[in-house]
Design a protein around this ligand. Sequence first.
Ligand code: ATP
Ligand code: MG
Length: 467
Amino acid sequence: MLKKLFKSFRSPLKRNAHPRTTPEIFGSRQHPLQRGQFSRNAVNVVERLQNAGYQAYLVGGCVRDLLLGIHPKDFDVATSATPEQVRAEFRNARVIGRRFKLAHVHFGREIIEVATFRANHPQGEDEEDSHISSRNESGRILRDNVYGSLEDDAQRRDFTINALYFDVSGERILDYAHGVHDIRNRLIRLIGDPEQRYLEDPVRMLRAIRFAAKLDFDIEKHSAAPIRQLASKLRDIPSARLFDECLKLFLAGYAERTFELLVEYDLFAPLFPASAAALKRDPEYTGTLIRQALANTDDRIAQGKPVTPAFLFAALLWPALPARALQLQARGMPPIPAMQEAAHDLIVEQCQRIAVPKRFTLPIREIWDMQERLPRRSGKRADLLLENPRFRAGYDFLLLREDAGEKTDGLGDWWTDYQDASDSERRSMIRDLSSKAEENGEGPARSKRRRGGRRRKGPRADGPASE
Ligand code: ATP
Ligand code: MG
């Protein structure tokens, strides 16, 4: 697919991403993109802005992804119109954001994000209006609302492959930062000085990982080099923004690879400190559990099934729980309250880093609570559990723990059988449990039924059941 595009591209790239002031232009015969491949709504937005006398282009992920033959997640527009001017052109537009103000144009469920061309504001420069543009002492950009030209806009973008502009009317690609070259060589490369660009916005480190995982690209060596050293800067990022980024990292269909890269670049610890400590203490179990949960999530996304952040966070944090509960027990707390308190503390602590909203933290607790209830099946308990709206997520979580090597005495298989069993079979399974419990005194109940064989057939239900 890229042959046509790259036929025209011969000059080798010598420098580390230095932006150009004039773009390299790829005419409609030098690349495979056509306007029909872009969202009709996005093309309409561009054309209406142009008709109103503004410059406007499709930009970023949609151009990059279409060049790679990937269906874009969304379609972003860059324009010379200010957010207010965009709002004046479209009745269905809203201005959003503070740190980064932009316009959203709504078409039913599709939102076209329209960003005004922005300029970099060099460090140390006098800023007349600190409300419009400001940095903190480490160079982090706190507000990014200084508007500029198209050339300026290209330079302030993060990666070369994200700084490609598609001109709808001429079907041309404008390339200011050798992005086409880097797409061809499958490289994630920051525009400008990597260290400075990460200091301006440490989230760019996460974005580098996200694109490397999604596109199966390498991170170019100068762009990779400062990451480990700067990883702790993520601690300065507001927790609400990190929550959004985390969803993008783990719910884009490449979560397993993303996790590997986060660990490799020391970015996992600043995001999930307790889980990173558990990974260090017990790499085999923690690594397996997290990878398995992420692989399941990726599978579900590939199959177009819904996924919930609650299951994901429940899995990411679970390995950190036992150590905490044991600490509390060592101070004399009984096991169940210790577990409850450990769960509460862990979530509160995690939310200081990543602001997981209540609508997800509650289900996380319920999935964990279910782990304590699933072994207790006597009398009517098993049937009551089956009716619990959180049963499916709790049961899937149990299987996940078993897959990671936790010993549960065949509990997962018991529940798999129980769900398939007839009423009379169920009664006899419960009877088996109580006679077994009598044999063993107060010991844990064991099932005599087949074990190790049947697993639940369908894929895991880390889906809407738990939302
Ligand atoms: P996708 O939408 O597939 O996740 P994308 O590249 O479109 O990828 P968005 O988060 O939608 O990513 O951002 C749109 C564009 O805005 C990017 O392509 C990039 O050019 C620019 N951008 C986004 N975040 C940053 C950032 N933190 N620093 C600099 N530029 C950014
Ligand atoms: Mg996008």
